[in-house]
Design a protein around this ligand. Structure first.
Ligand code: DGT
Ligand code: MG
Length: 388
């Protein structure tokens, strides 16, 4: 007989890739709190704890209703003791003391501000914090040697920490489309990342580029970048070449987390739509020099006619397109659980390039996302329900 679960959720599965997770859900108070603890664990370089809190948050996003009492969570997987204590406290008192303490802590606040600089990861931020840095402006004034990414990250800090809208993503899409068609007619671009999952805003815009004829896509990225640079559309770019090689004896172990596609991390200079004179009399016809403004703390009134936007461009051979699309659509936890499912439940190895079956000792060759789910023995989950 079936075990008796809470009335609310008879069958939530343990892997995020087995569940439907819509964008809008009913437990934001709880998931926001767990996210703070996940971030804090990440800042302390405790990845295990961070993932545990993220998993707990993700499972709450898949619940069809708001949680009101602990009994509502009977039978719900992925909730460790620590997460349950936090949830219980919030359900009873409205807040969690631990979460409030983290939010107030100097370390969390500084790590948050410093890792919000493009080009600064947890390791760098942690070193800077221990050296006494607290704010992004401290990184400028401290005499630290900054790499090009970090310099750009500081210069455009405010813009890069303002969410990118779908309308802005679409404008960037038109520019990328024009650039790609100009240098390789017939190439195809696809919006991936959070926007493909239906998010209304994002921290960046992610595109996947391919060409229906295998091999035609080789060397495409430098040409696209040159086209964009010649038109003054890039404020920053760093291009990595494709380094993926399929080994006949299966993927390298342990599998690399970073993929090997030709990839460009960039910052676009996106023209703002012209405001009508009645709305912003001072904004029209005001040409701003590119190096204007102080690197930090530009006020809204100084807002120029353009915005700095983070854009990731990835080029995939068409033979790997389905994997790249699945791998770049996210969410990050959905991706992590797909790979974990493949390895632990199916003895397969999934990456953004390939699917290897360790039982048969061969690569499988699906041509679509749907075929990949099928080969993994999973029900197909559309992008809009991958918001774990
Ligand atoms: P956001 O923050 O609004 O941009 O949200 P997302 O979901 O677009 O997150 P993002 O842009 O960091 O990454 C998009 C997806 O692409 C993410 O879910 C996982 C994947 N991804 C990001 N970076 C890498 C990478 O270096 N290698 C691989 N294989 N996948 C990546
Ligand atoms: Mg993104």
């Amino acid at each position: 007989t079936e075990p008796s679960h809470g009335a609310m959720v008879p069958t939530l599965k343990g892997y995020a890739c087995q569940r439907r997770t819509p964008l809008q859900h009913h437990n934001a108070l709880l998931t926001d709190a767990l996210l703070v603890l996940a971030e804090n664990a990440e800042f302390c370089e405790d990845e295990g704890r961070s993932v545990a809190f993220r998993r707990a948050g993700a499972v709450l996003k898949a619940l069809p209703q708001a949680v009101h009492k602990m009994e509502d969570l009977q039978g719900v997987p992925c909730l460790g003791g620590h997460s349950q204590r936090v949830i219980k406290e919030i359900l009873e008192d409205g807040t969690s003391r631990e979460v409030e303490m983290v939010l107030q802590s100097e370390q969390y606040q500084a790590m948050k501000a410093l890792t919000n600089i493009f080009g600064v990861g947890v390791k760098t931020a942690d070193r800077w914090f221990r050296e006494g840095l607290r704010l992004p402006s401290d990184a400028l004034n401290s005499g630290h040697k900054l790499n090009h990414a970090q310099q750009a990250g500081l210069q455009y800090y405010d813009d890069l920490n303002t969410p990118v809208t779908k309308a802005e993503a679409d404008s960037i899409g038109q520019i990328v489309e024009e650039a790609v068609q100009a240098v390789l007619p017939g190439a195809e671009i696809t919006l991936t990342g959070g926007f493909r999952r239906g998010k209304p805003t994002g921290h960046d815009v992610d595109f996947l580029i391919t060409h229906p004829e295998e091999g035609k896509e080789e060397g495409l990225m430098p040409k696209v970048v040159s086209w964009l640079e010649a038109r003054g559309l890039l404020l920053y770019q760093k291009t990595n070449i494709n380094s993926y090689l399929e080994a006949t004896d299966g993927p390298a172990r342990p599998p690399h987390n970073m993929d090997r596609f030709e990839r460009c991390f960039s910052i676009f200079r996106l023209e703002r739509p012209r405001a009508s004179p009645e709305q912003h009399p001072q904004a029209v016809g005001e040409e701003q020099p590119q190096e204007r403004g102080s690197p930090l703390g530009r006020r809204a009134s100084e807002s120029p006619g353009w915005k700095a936007v983070r854009v990731d461009l990835v080029v995939s051979p068409v033979s790997q397109f389905a994997f790249a699309l699945l791998g770049w659509t996210g969410s990050q936890l959905f991706e992590r659980d797909l790979r974990r499912w493949a390895g632990q439940e199916k003895r397969m190895s999934l990456s953004s390039h390939a699917l290897y079956d360790s039982t048969q000792n061969r690569y499988l060759r699906p041509c679509s996302e749907a075929e990949i789910f099928a080969l993994l023995g999973l029900e197909f989950i559309p992008p809009s329900e991958r918001n774990a």
